[in-house]
Design a binder for this molecule. Structure first.
Ligand code: ZN
Ligand code: ZN
Length: 306
């Protein structure tokens, strides 16, 4: 196994943020991603000093690093509605402050949806929000990682050119990175199941954003086919990406050392542990127990969702 690979999963903060570190450790994560607030509600939860204290002490005692937080899905800094944009900006600033409080180095953000308005105007509104954020939060060190999207509806970010245009427009592009999601790449129409297709996508990133912009990876299989533009994650090896494509991703030299985080379905309480075992297996030189893992993954897709 390659020692510099850092694998983990998105884990729940139910019961307190520190519980995420404990859950991640139990599932075998080296790194975790969390929501620091609610993923689908505007009202953000307060993290008091006692909770912060518990977080830092759990962090000191467990071999798990919180590599990143994921911003709420409601935030849309591309919105043409002034009201939604304002609300989104306030929520985003809160996200960054909570990351700072918890010493989480990166915040993953979907660029937002143009809601049918011209893309160039949506991109200008995204850049405007990020400029204001980096001005008002100049003392907060957490980076913002824009995530490539599946391109559902009128979501920005399904083409790397969108993300390049955002980086080109902001005054502090050094505070922006890219979180690469493999499910979203396929759903957005990138044929990354072949060696040539994967290399082509990397070349495109290199030419638009530069490969060193990639600072994290969401390793997800896709429930929907190439170009579906539908964002549905699947257990590793059970979707349209498949294990050989994922093996290429995990062993890609230019991604070495980056946090690789699962956002696969939590079908059972051991689902993350199995998907992590599959990831490690893909990265291993000897494919120990791969038949057993395939069978375990089959069980996962058969198990009812919880
Ligand atoms: Zn993702
Ligand atoms: Zn997704």
């Amino acid at each position: 196994m390659n020692a510099i690979l850092r694998f983990g999963a998105h884990v729940s903060i139910q019961g307190g943020v520190q519980k995420a570190l404990i859950r991640g450790n139990e599932a075998g994560c080296q790194v975790i991603q969390i929501f620091t607030g609610s993923s689908r509600q505007w009202r953000s939860r307060k993290i008091g000093p006692a909770e912060v204290e518990k977080w830092h002490s759990a962090r000191a005692s467990l071999p798990v690093e919180p590599a990143m937080a994921h911003a709420s899905y409601l935030i849309n800094i591309a919105s043409p509605s002034k009201e939604t944009w304002d609300k989104s900006y306030t929520a985003l600033a809160g996200e960054l402050r909570r990351c700072h409080l918890l010493k989480i180095p990166a915040l993953v953000l979907h660029p937002g949806s143009s809601l049918g308005e011209p893309e160039s105007e949506a991109i200008a509104r995204i850049a405007q929000a990020l400029d204001r954020l980096f001005d008002e939060a100049s003392d907060l060190s957490t980076r913002v990682l824009l995530e490539n999207t599946a391109g559902q509806g009128s979501c920005i970010g399904h083409r790397f050119q969108h993300l390049r245009d955002i980086c080109a427009k902001v005054r502090h592009p050094e505070r922006l990175g890219l979180c690469l999601d493999t499910c979203h790449m396929l759903a957005a129409g990138m044929e990354i199941t072949t060696r040539e297709g994967w290399q082509g996508a990397l070349d495109e990133i290199d030419q638009t954003l530069g490969l060193d912009r990639i600072q994290a990876v969401h390793v997800n299989d896709s429930k929907k086919a190439l170009g579906s533009r539908v964002d549905r994650h699947e257990h590793l090896g059970r979707g349209f990406l498949g294990l050989s494509a994922l093996r290429r991703v995990v062993n890609e030299p230019c991604l070495a050392g980056l946090p690789m985080v699962l956002e696969t379905p939590k079908t059972t309480e051991y689902a993350d542990a199995i998907n992590l075992a599959i990831l490690r297996n893909l990265a291993g030189k000897k494919r120990v127990g791969s038949r057993a893992l395939r069978l375990a993954a089959q069980e996962l897709t058969r198990a009812p969702s919880v």
